[in-house]
Each structure stands twice: as C-alpha cells, then as structure tokens.
Design a protein. Structure first.
Length: 124
C-alpha cells in the first residue's frame, strides 16, 4: 500500500484523463468513469465517480505498480487547504474508516475547490 503519510510523494498536477485511463481501465467497474486525474513524476491519482485510485509506480522500469482503491463510501470527513501567496501547494485530507488520514498535495494550479465539490457530491 502507498505510504500516504509521505506527502512529498504526491505533488500532483492535473492531467488529461485520456492520458492515464488506459492504466486504470481494467480496474473500473460497470458504470464507473474517471472524473479527474492528477500525476506526480511517476505516480498518479484518479478520482472516479465511485472511488479514488492511487497508483504507485515502482522499480527502475516502472512496470511494477501498486494500485490502492479508496472507496468514497469509507470517507468519514475531509478538508482542503487552498494555495496561498507563499505556499503554492494545495492539500486534500481524507479520513477513511479503518485506514486513517490520507493526505494528497497538489501544485497550486490545481482547482482544489472543484475537487472538494467532487468529494462532497459522492460522500454527503
């Protein structure tokens, strides 16, 4: 499983879902669709209409990957921190039942408010 307590792993930037979809398409269930995708250097995160899928690319070649599926139904609470003048990163904290806190850090150009709306839509 991905170590979500290490925030430096996830300095995410928005990417086109079509660029990442082939990597997660076999994991999607019927009726599930990718809504927002974010990528770090090698790792990436996909927000679908049912869950968050975090992919940790491992090894020298990147062929080995760890897929972590975090269903929205297990989110107990969430918070966002928007980017500021000097702190250019935004953060999303999700509290999952049985797992604890998951923190994702996004580069300033990410629309964290829209992401908060997405999480609220599927959890409230």
């Amino acid at each position: 499983m991905i170590d979500f307590s290490n925030g430096s792993v996830f300095k995410l930037s928005p990417v086109n879902p079509q660029d990442i979809l082939p990597a997660v398409a076999p994991l999607l269930i019927q009726g599930e669709e990718a809504i927002a995708c974010f990528k770090a250097v090698r790792d990436f995160v996909v927000f679908t209409n049912k869950r968050l899928i975090a992919v940790n690319v491992q090894g020298m070649t990147g062929r080995k990957r760890d897929y972590t599926s975090l269903p929205y139904s297990k989110i107990q609470a969430f918070s966002i921190e928007t980017a500021g003048t000097f702190d250019l990163d935004a953060e999303l904290d999700l509290w999952f039942s049985g797992l604890g806190i998951v923190r994702l850090e996004f580069k300033g150009k990410s629309d964290i408010r829209q992401l908060s709306h997405l999480i609220a839509t599927y959890t409230l």
